[in-house]
Design a protein. Structure first.
Length: 334
């Protein structure tokens, strides 16, 4: 019978790091996230040991995902909400994912410059990370960074996605509640329903309502009408549509009351705990699939045959299924 490998013990320096994270030190949290994001094999081993030690101290934060098309004002909204939460006595962590260039791999990482007021507050922690090509508009280690932030004692963890592609559905699968920001010009935005984006939203917020209150009110009515055609994720919760103005700090308190009502509603029904359990299991399988793909691509026989087989498939001499079957066959004795 195969015995599981013994857990890697914490190195003395990582034990010190663990204690500093639990003490809520922002510099230590940043260092821990950097360790978790590293692709080096020795760093991955240390990161796993650190996460294992900190895991019992996670799970106490509200996890909130925020997305929306570029230009909708995500960073402005997060800063306004964050400052307001800090003033209410909360500690806030923001995990902001910037899009990476598909050509250079570089990322702007400008969220700290866009959230100057929030970044200056000692009760807040802002961590910009490049998406580095990860599907879903969230960095590969976003969930681990979220757990580290919880261990550091932050009451609320906000995850801002890049707002493109699969970002909405991916981030919705790792947070307690998902917020979709929209602009007042509802006509075009309502087309998003066809893409399934709105189906995973727990809240719809019409931002920049101050620019055109009449248009914002009309958009709000349109969204409420449209949402009636969709099946809700929870039988106990109908996603509300609210208008806010991040620039003028309007609507934040009303929004947060809805957040607390959402949390209380799902907790009372048992859905809150069930959702987190399902998300943890799903994330495990995501990591398994990613790991298997990596091992597959690194297999010597696969690497040796992949180029020729790919060319053969492209030229029509080999069917995709036959090529896949041959390549997978190399993994039978792994």
């Amino acid at each position: 019978m195969h015995k599981p490998e013994a857990a890697t013990p914490l190195l003395p320096e990582d034990q010190t790091l663990c204690e500093a994270v639990l003490a809520g030190e922002r510099r230590a949290l940043a260092k821990a996230i950097t360790l978790v994001e590293s692709s080096r094999a020795d760093h991955r081993s240390r990161a796993n040991a650190l996460l294992r030690a900190l895991l019992p101290h996670t799970g106490r934060s509200l996890r909130i995902g925020i997305s929306g098309v570029p230009g909708v004002g995500k960073s402005t909204f997060i800063e306004a909400l964050g400052v307001w939460l800090v003033e209410q006595g909360k500690r806030l962590a923001v995990l902001a994912v910037d899009p990476s260039s598909s050509i250079s791999g570089g990322s702007i990482l400008g969220d700290k410059t866009r959230m100057e007021l929030l970044a200056a507050r000692p009760e807040a922690f802002i961590r910009p990370s490049p998406s580095a090509g990860s599907l879903g508009g969230v960095a590969e280690k976003t969930r681990e960074a979220m757990l580290l932030s919880e261990a550091a004692g932050f009451d609320v963890v906000l995850v801002e996605t890049v707002g493109v592609g699969q970002s909405e559905t991916t981030v919705a699968g790792m947070v307690d509640m998902f917020i979709l920001l929209q602009l007042p010009n509802a006509g075009d935005d309502l087309q998003a329903i066809k893409k399934g984006i709105v189906e995973v939203a727990d809240f719809i917020l019409i931002n920049k309502a101050d620019l055109n209150p009449q248009a914002a009110s009309f958009a709000c009515a349109q969204w409420k009408s449209a949402l009636k055609m969709l099946r809700t994720l929870s039988p106990n919760w109908a996603p509300p549509v609210l208008t806010v103005s991040a620039a003028k700090k309007e609507g934040l308190e009303a929004f947060w009351k809805e957040v607390l009502r959402f949390h209380a509603t799902l907790e009372a029904s048992g859905e809150f705990e069930a959702k987190r359990k399902a998300q943890a299991t799903r994330w495990m399988w995501n990591l398994i699939e990613a790991g298997l793909r990596q091992r597959f691509c690194e297999h010597p026989a696969v690497k040796a045959a992949l180029s020729n087989l790919t060319a053969s498939v492209e030229s029509g001499h080999t069917s995709p299924s036959a090529a896949a079957h041959q390549l997978l066959g190399y993994m039978q004795h792994v």
